[in-house]
Design a protein around this ligand. Structure first.
Ligand SMILES: Nc1ccccc1C(=O)C[C@H](N)C(=O)O
Ligand SMILES: [Zn+2]
Ligand SMILES: [Zn+2]
Length: 206
């Protein structure tokens, strides 16, 4: 039996999409009957649907594209912590949480209750947290939420502050079934040369 825990959102027409963004669609565009040999599918989706990484180009025209991202960030030891339904996620919420030696930090908030409906509001990351996490050597932050900033934010202060401290962002994880602790993470972006982010298949192993 596989001991990998899937922490990715299934991608089908039920997946929640950022309001106004491209709905997810998978279609067989050329059926076995039509082609005489194979079913050939196509997907249409926003890069920010489901479980995905943000490349800095998402919020900074000069920022790195997906193909410039360091793959080491998305594979290796990760710590999962549980902060149930916080108002926001800042230094105060993390006091008492052991972060020594943590490179990849995944935060389970349980705040996105019905993943088939886009949330009305989410607990945002406080921008001040970026410097605090960087002080421990954190290089990747992952959340069970569709953004690290308030959903109506235009300035995206947490995205920018995290990027400024070299901390990369993984969004839309499913962590409801994951106990806090240390795991091996794999959440590789696709080799999308110019993109502002990428869907990932995120998995954990104890
Ligand atoms: N899909 C969108 C459509 C319109 C405006 C923003 C978005 C986002 O996804 C941004 C979000 N701040 C994000 O965390 O990636
Ligand atoms: Zn995103
Ligand atoms: Zn984002």
């Amino acid at each position: 039996m596989s001991n990998w825990i899937d922490i990715s959102q299934p991608l089908d027409e039920k997946v929640a999409t950022w309001p106004g963004d491209t709905p997810f669609s998978y279609k067989v565009s050329w059926s076995k009957e039509e082609s005489g040999s194979v079913n050939v599918g196509r997907i249409v989706m926003s890069i920010h649907t489901g479980t995905h990484v943000d490349a800095p180009f998402h919020f900074d025209n000069e920022g790195k594209r997906v193909s410039d991202l360091d793959l080491d960030l998305y594979m290796g030891q990760a710590r999962v912590i549980h902060l149930p339904n916080p108002g926001s996620i800042g230094v105060q919420e993390l006091t008492g949480v052991q972060l020594d030696g943590v490179t990849r930090l995944l935060i389970r908030t349980d705040a996105w209750k019905d993943r088939h409906v886009f949330p009305q509001s989410i607990p945002p990351i406080e921008p001040e947290l970026a410097a605090y996490l960087a002080g421990y050597g954190v290089r990747l932050i992952g959340l069970d939420l569709p953004s690290v900033d308030p959903l109506d934010s235009k300035e995206l202060p947490a995205h920018h502050e995290l990027a400024g401290y070299g901390i990369h962002i993984l969004e839309g994880l499913v962590l409801d079934h994951v106990e806090p602790g240390d795991y091996e993470l794999i959440a590789l972006p696709l080799p999308l040369t110019e993109a502002d982010g990428s869907p990932v298949r995120a998995v954990l192993r104890r």
